[in-house]
Design a protein around this ligand. Sequence first.
Ligand code: HEM
Length: 574
Amino acid sequence: MSPGRCKAAPSEKLFEQQPEGQKLASSKARREEFLTKGVAMERLQQSLEALQLHSLSNSAQAVTVLTGLLTVLLFSVRIFVPTRAARWLRKVPGPPSYPVVGNLIEIFSKGYHECHKEWLSMYGSVYKYVMGDTLLVVSDPDVVQQVGIRMFKTFHDRQMPGFLDENQAGKALVFSKGPYWSGVRNAVLPLFHTAKLQHFGRTMHECAELLVTRLEKAAANKEQLNLLEWAGEMTMDVLGSSAFGVTFNSQVGEKTEGLNLTKAVSGNLASMAELRFSTLLAILCPPLRKPAQWLMSLIPGTGDNVGKKRNVYMMRESKKIIQARRKEADVAETRHDFLSMLTQARDKTTGEPLSDASIQAIVYEFLGAGTDTTANTLSFAVYSLTNNPAAEEKMRREIRAFYEKLEKEGVKDTAFRPTYDELAQFPYVEQVVQETLRLYPTGAVLSRQASEDCQVAGIHLPKGVNVLIPVYAMHHNPEVFPDPEEFRPERFDPAEVAGRHPYAYIPFGLGPRMCLGHRFAMEEAKLALIRLYKTLTFSVVNEKILRPDGKLDLQVGIVLKPRNGMWVVPQVQR
Ligand code: HEM
């Protein structure tokens, strides 16, 4: 290994987790178990069947054959010429991998989050695995802090997943890079200041109230429903209204200006989690991603084709809204939606306004990053509370006490209460959300890419290597969180928090690239829980959501979610 240029404290003891002989024996046993059971292959086959290859036209077939040949050629190069990351990381421990597919089969069969949990316990807090290229994983909170904060200059960016459109995603925040990212992040930060959050609180109350009304009706009919879908419609309404300043009303299915946009956005989000032919190629052989995407987008009915059409529609419609907002620039200052605020925003370094293309990309990214994440968190919270009646009762007492106090004070109109500031009177609701995000962090794995050769945890890393932080596995580490599968909101009592490393719990990430919407998300999740549990309680339909071993069936696509939704029966409790 070549010596690195940037310096950081080495911590070789991270490698002392397991004696070498034991490690080899256990990995051999695992490989045999894997091959004999054949479960992995069966799962991979199912996934491949989901690929959209059925509607190939003749001309496209010819191009497909050529792409196939090129794939074989590039894969052969991959097998015989190891990448720089593979060479530099060859001494780092990790699960055994196979040519071309790397560890993909294991990831498909067990789930990405479970693999990291298992690998962390087997190989310690620094290990590698192969998915397309060789990736380094670090989970020691000191090293996490080093990568996310102290070495931010080196680990400034994330690699964009191959299946995303660079022209669009590269103009927003999550996957933009370098000075462009810092310019946009600084311009966008004021959207999440306390004064704005206070304003968005009213929209959040309205949308949560609508959800409660729908659930009360369902309760009267003893209806079984998928809360994940219903909560998703609510979070889409909240973010859609906050972003565009138009009523989305996807919860009531009204034909509003925003409804078609909602459908297009949620369609695109859902399709991102699909395993497409072009996605698989993007993971296994990134150079083939663009031709494969282009090819598949020509074939009617494929995910790439439908996604492209949705994108064209979304871009056209949002451009119209932006242009209208620019015309009413003086009014825009008094409007509180993201679009209006973004048309006013200036890049801090250049003083230039953001381009229409950047504004479109940012708004769509907010819709993508801020809807499923919060809806999943709410569903996981309801599931956890239903299975922990003592915690549910404690939270309900806190909610009841707040409204009783308002009543005593003679407050008649409680439609928008609690306000943003009054949320501080709900410490237990806050702990419930925190514990939910510990058990089920929707952003299950974080990533950073090295912009130069460097050294982390005593390992020399080449420029371009991806370093991952396995949040789910860290949050389930029994050494940090005893009985990690237990839902215990009291873990977030200030005294217990003080006893833990500040970077052992990172549901919103860390450092300058931490989640931009974390305060917005916490406000929305807490307000929604308060409004739901003010009048409702739930039972879960276990047979629809649990695995045969009795655990909640989870899936990691773009985010961690309950694989089959969150089926519940609501009941009114006055
Ligand atoms: C429970 C809800 C949410 C969770 C768990 C969550 C989690 C995350 C995580 C883990 C990251 C990566 C951080 C890192 O790499 O250090 C992230 C990034 C981001 N999130 Fe969230 N998020 C949530 C809601 C939201 C909302 C509501 C918005 C916007 C309105 C949002 C916008 C973003 C953006 C723009 C980034 C990229 C930040 C950057 O790179 O500068 N998120 N989020």
